[in-house]
Design a protein around this ligand. Structure first.
Ligand code: PGA
Length: 255
């Protein structure tokens, strides 16, 4: 059984004061009122902007909440103004890094080959990459969803290796921040296809360790049904991860 992962992608949101309040809300929610056994059903992760990693990391130290970055460079170090390396994220306390998010792909023109290079660098630094894939509305309308997603997987995932700690996030571009989500049948279809693709590529045993998250307008109101879809191993949550109450409600929906 894969333990579900509930990851908060804060994107470019938060200053020190508001982030402290958000994290305090999460910590209070986890510990307040006795042990929240239902939270143990999932692993919790927050991915703040890079400049808040230290602040947030300090607050969550010793708690069940993990830390992740939102992007990294593919090189180990060097002349790359404005970028941060996987080793820097690791040094700041991160265990994960989100890579190939559709906003990176569209805002920064990141293509599959770059995402693969970043994911390879992340693994080398001891981080688990969360590699994002997903179709646009037009691609879905053209009936190309599975082909697009499988293409992105083939191009973006690092070359297979033993014991890789890897997460995939299926995020339909049209569902991100839109309030629209695919039906549970549509989510199940894509997650099932990703799972079969991984089995074929890596063998069932190695593939079994890889979690496939759903992302795109996951909220307290729809989390339980999305997380109950077979082959959905957690969620990558944007907007709703900025409110402690909502993020924790989604985490509880794993139980
Ligand atoms: P959303 O974002 O939950 O705000 O739709 C998800 C994501 O982009 O990871």
């Amino acid at each position: 059984m894969r333990r579900k992962l509930i990851a908060g992608n804060w994107k470019m949101n938060g200053l020190r004061a508001s982030s402290k309040a958000l994290v305090q809300g999460l910590l209070d929610g986890i510990s307040g009122g006795g042990p929240s056994y239902e939270l143990l059903a999932c692993e919790l992760l927050v991915c703040p902007p890079a400049c808040l990693l230290e602040t947030v990391g300090g607050l969550i130290a010793g708690s069940p909440i993990g830390l992740g970055g939102q992007d990294c460079h593919s090189a180990e170090a060097g002349a790359h103004t404005g970028d941060i390396s996987a080793a820097m994220l690791k040094d700041a306390g991160c265990a994960y890094v989100i890579l190939g998010h559709s906003e990176r792909r569209s805002d920064h023109g990141e293509a599959d080959a770059l995402v693969r290079a970043k994911a390879t660098a992340a693994l080398a630094a001891g981080l688990a990459p969360i590699v994002c894939v997903g179709e646009t509305a037009a691609e879905r309308d053209e009936g190309r969803t599975l082909a697009v997603v499988e293409d992105q997987l083939a191009g973006s995932l690092p070359p297979p290796g033993p014991g890789q700690d890897l997460v995939i996030a299926y995020e339909p571009v049209w569902a991100i921040g839109s309030g629209r989500t695919p039906s549970t049948a549509e989510v199940g279809e894509v997650h099932g296809a990703i799972r079969r693709w991984l089995d074929a590529r890596l063998g069932a045993e190695a593939a079994a360790a890889i979690r496939i998250l759903y992302g795109g307008s996951m909220k307290p109101g729809n989390a339980a049904e999305l997380l109950a879809v077979p082959a959905v191993d957690g969620g990558l949550i944007g907007g709703a991860s900025l409110k402690a109450e909502d993020f924790l409600a989604i985490a509880r929906a794993c139980a």
